[in-house]
Design a protein. Structure first.
Length: 264
C-alpha cells in the first residue's frame, strides 16, 4: 500500500494528517497483540471532520499506515520531541496505555526493520509534504501547514486530568508568525463549551517544528483535538455527528483564518 493519499488544492494551505492511517501489513499484524491490531491510538475520522477542506481549496496529505507501523510525526533519528516526558517512539513498541504492542518481546522491530519502514513509508510522506510546501510558496509567495491531530481526552501516561479540547502548538512560537497563532487561539477560546490552549502539553511535533519556517514565509501550526469533541473515545470509536456539529463550525473558522493569513 502507498504511504499516503494526496489531494492538490488551489490555495496556499496544506493540511497534513499523519496519524489517521489504520493499515498494518499482514505479516506485522501477526506479531501484534489482539488489542494492538485494533489500532486504538488512531486519530479517527479526521478526514470527515475536516470534510470542508477541499471546498476551501486546501491541499490534503493523508497517511495510510497506522502509527504503530511508523510514526510520521517523529524525528527520523528516533530522538524524543519532549525530553523527560513519556512518549511513544518512531516505531512504537507500546501504546498510549503503556501496554506492549508485540506478543513476544523478541518480535519488536530491529534497526534494519526500522530503517526499511522509514525508507518506504516515512520518507515518501515527508518528501510529498516538502514538495507541496515548496510548490505552494512558489505559486503564492507564502504557505501555511496545518498539522491535524486528535487524541483521547484522558491519558494519564501523557498528561494529568482532562486535556483541553483545542490544543494549538507553534513550537513555543518558532513555527509560525505569532499573529497567526494568536488569531487561532482567539477563535478556539470563543468556542462555547470547549476549552483551548496554545503551546500547552502539545507544542507541535516533528512536522510542525521541522517545516515551520516563518522567516521563509512557511508557517506551521498543529491542532491536537480531544476526541470526545466529535466521536466516541472507546470502541467502536464511532463518529458522533451531533457532537461533531458543536465543534466543526469553530474548526472551520480556524482553518478559514489560517487560509486568510496565508493569502494576506
Amino acid at each position: 500500500m502507498q504511504a499516503f493519499h494526496f489531494h492538490q488544492g488551489t490555495q496556499p494551505l496544506l493540511i497534513s494528517m499523519p496519524h489517521v492511517g489504520t493499515h498494518v501489513p499482514p505479516a506485522l499484524a501477526l506479531r501484534l497483540t489482539d488489542t494492538a491490531r485494533q489500532v486504538h491510538d488512531t486519530d479517527w475520522h479526521l478526514e470527515r471532520l475536516y470534510g470542508f477542506a477541499k471546498e476551501l481549496g486546501a491541499s490534503l496529505l493523508i497517511a495510510t499506515h497506522s502509527r504503530y507501523v511508523i510514526d510520521l510525526n517523529r524525528d527520523p533519528s528516533g530522538a524524543s520531541l519532549y525530553p523527560g516526558q513519556s512518549v511513544t517512539g518512531l516505531c512504537p513498541v507500546d501504546d498510549f496505555d503503556n501496554q506492549p504492542l508485540y506478543r513476544d518481546p523478541q518480535d519488536v522491530p530491529t534497526d534494519v526493520e526500522i530503517a526499511e519502514r522509514r525508507d518506504s513509508i516515512w520518507q515518501p510522506y515527508h518528501q510529498q509534504l516538502q514538495a507541496e510546501l515548496t510548490r505552494l510558496k512558489a505559486v503564492h509567495g507564502k504557505a501555511v501547514l496545518w498539522d491535524a491531530h486528535s487524541i483521547r481526552s484522558v491519558l494519564p501516561r501523557f498528561f494529568a486530568g482532562k486535556l483541553p479540547d483545542l490544543n494549538l502548538g507553534s513550537g513555543n512560537g518558532t513555527s509560525c508568525d505569532p499573529t497567526l497563532s494568536a488569531a487561532l487561539l482567539a477563535i478556539a477560546e470563543s468556542a462555547t463549551g470547549h476549552t483551548a490552549v496554545l503551546n500547552g502539553r502539545f507544542k507541535g511535533g516533528y512536522i510542525t517544528r521541522q517545516y515551520g519556517q516563518p522567516a521563509q514565509n512557511i508557517h506551521a501550526i498543529q491542532l491536537e483535538m480531544t476526541q470526545c469533541s466529535y466521536m466516541q473515545e472507546a470502541m467502536p470509536f464511532d463518529y458522533l455527528p451531533e457532537v461533531a456539529a458543536g465543534i466543526q463550525p469553530h474548526l472551520r473558522r480556524m482553518v478559514d483564518a489560517a487560509l486568510a493569513f496565508a493569502r494576506a
